[in-house]
Write a protein that binds this ligand. Structure first.
Ligand code: FAD
Length: 441
């Protein structure tokens, strides 16, 4: 099996019914790879990771780069995410990170996260991308009294965190009766992800990157001291290859990845525009990006157009009926959290794949046991910033320069020892039960 979910999840001829797709002028389609071609560096995957790597290789290293995508840029997670440009990209706690890589390693990873958010800002400026950048800060909301107590204790140690009890949230225009309080971190800001991704795609073309769409790499094999990438209509020979395919990875490309990643569904609904009166009545008028403390977390934000975006992790099938059932569950959770918005129908809903590993950390570096083959993936649901910065740093590594990636990201993920979908189903059921009592409180 080369991919974990139903074929619909990987059908590149169908775009998700996302607000982003509806609201963003499309790019002229990239031509497919045709015939036999050569490049110094081949990149597989034209999401934010592959695009940043391609830009850095072309602009800073003057490399001859070919970028291949199975679909067109923006089709993958980079064009269908919630637009939270934020820290994250691991499921490890700060304490667990320190245990794994020591205090210096933990500091290096924290610095990487800050650099990653700054990188997106820099990209927006450098390439004049109007991606509807929103206000700085990310709000973590407590869904239970217990979560609120833990959150306050942790925030007390963090000079960058602002503790906001329920009444303070009301004053800030961030009120929902479902939350006991929240902590605002300064790092991060929301963007319109399709505009960001297509802006990068345009910049890559302008920088001389050879960009090919509708070109799935079905085989990646050593060839003449480098690598041969095979697609349905052509081949590409390259000395070095970067795999940047994250949750959409074909696990034969390369075979080393088989069983080492765990793609997981994430789902979004967007309401019709909410009037100023509806926003005031609910008490949610600010555009700060927010998420809750559940294990199967929700992420949400008011969009500049007045629509409300609500995201929910979970679901274990990409079958349309299963996705529709999950969307009904997510909508019910949204209505419970935001009763003032319950009358606003859903205008768009879509899903996509994020990527986890058993090590709960991203991987970026050379593929062990190979020469000239690299991979950068597994952003654990937060790759807008991390993928952007990693793409840049990987480019330097691929070009023969210094390895500046944090130690946390260099450890190859182990193979998952159990049937992945069954394990995921069981884990999600357990998480849902653990979260449930709090939903009804
Ligand atoms: C619904 C949803 C909401 C999310 N919300 C957020 C958020 O708010 N903030 C955040 O930081 N992150 C979020 N994420 C995660 C984030 O979108 C990803 O981590 C990030 O976009 C990954 O970028 P990438 O370039 O590594 O991979 P992708 O953007 O997924 O790109 C991978 C590309 O590889 C291509 N590909 C795969 N296999 C092949 C092959 N064999 N040959 C050629 N091409 C191939 C695919 O077509 C795809 O275009 C969300 C994800 C989803 C699905």
């Amino acid at each position: 099996m080369s991919r974990l979910y139903e074929p619909q999840a990987y059908d590149t001829t169908t775009w998700p019914d996302s607000l982003w797709r509806a609201a963003t002028p499309p790019l002229a389609p990239w031509p497919r790879l045709q015939g036999a071609a050569r490049a110094e560096v081949a990149i597989i995957g034209a999401g934010v990771t592959g695009l940043n790597a391609a830009l850095e290789l072309a602009e800073a290293h003057d490399a001859d780069v070919a970028l291949l995508d199975a679909a067109q840029p923006g089709w993958g997670a980079s064009g269908r995410n919630g637009g939270f440009c934020c820290a994250g990209s691991t499921k490890l706690s700060d304490a667990a990170i320190r245990r794994r890589v020591g205090p210096a390693g933990a500091d290096a990873f924290a610095a990487f996260q800050r650099a990653a958010v700054a990188r997106v800002d820099d990209n927006l400026r450098r390439y004049a991308i109007d991606a509807e950048r929103g206000p700085d800060g990310e709000l973590h909301l407590a869904h239970s009294p217990r979560a609120w107590a833990v959150m306050q204790a942790e925030a007390a140690e963090d000079p960058d965190a602002e503790i906001l009890p329920r009444e303070a949230l009301r004053d800030r225009g961030l009120f929902s009766p479902a939350f006991h309080g929240g902590v605002l971190e300064r790092l991060g800001f929301p963007i319109q992800p399709m505009k960001y991704t297509l802006g990068l795609a345009r910049a890559a073309q302008a920088a001389g990157v050879r960009c090919h769409g509708d070109s799935p790499v079905t085989r990646l094999a050593p060839h003449a001291g480098g690598w041969r990438l095979t697609t349905p209509h052509g081949t590409l020979d390259a000395a070095r290859v970067l795999v940047a395919t994250n949750g959409y990875t074909d696990e034969r490309v390369p075979g080393w990845l088989a069983g080492r990643i765990l793609p997981v569904l994430s789902n979004i609904l967007v309401t019709r525009p909410l009037s100023a009166e509806e926003q005031r009545a609910q008490g949610w008028t600010a555009r700060t990006m927010s998420f809750d403390s559940r294990r199967l977390l929700h992420y949400f934000r008011l969009l500049p157009c007045g629509r409300f975006l609500f995201g929910a992790r979970g679901g274990h099938s990409a079958d349309p009926a299963a996705l529709a059932a999950f969307a009904r569950t997510a909508r019910a959770e949204f209505d419970a959290m935001f009763p003032g918005f319950a009358a606003a129908e859903t205008e768009h809903r879509w899903s996509g794949l994020v990527c986890l590993t058993a090590s709960l950390a991203p991987f970026a570096g050379p593929v062990p046991g190979t020469e000239g083959l690299f991979a950068a993936l597994a952003w654990h649901g937060n790759g807008v910033a991390a993928g952007s910065e990693t793409g840049r740093r990987m480019a330097t590594l691929v070009a023969g320069g210094a390895d500046t990636l944090p130690a946390l990201m260099r450890r190859p993920p182990p193979r998952l020892p159990v049937p992945r979908r069954a394990a995921l189903r069981a884990a999600m059921a357990a998480m849902r039960v653990a979260d449930l009592p709090a939903i009804s409180r």
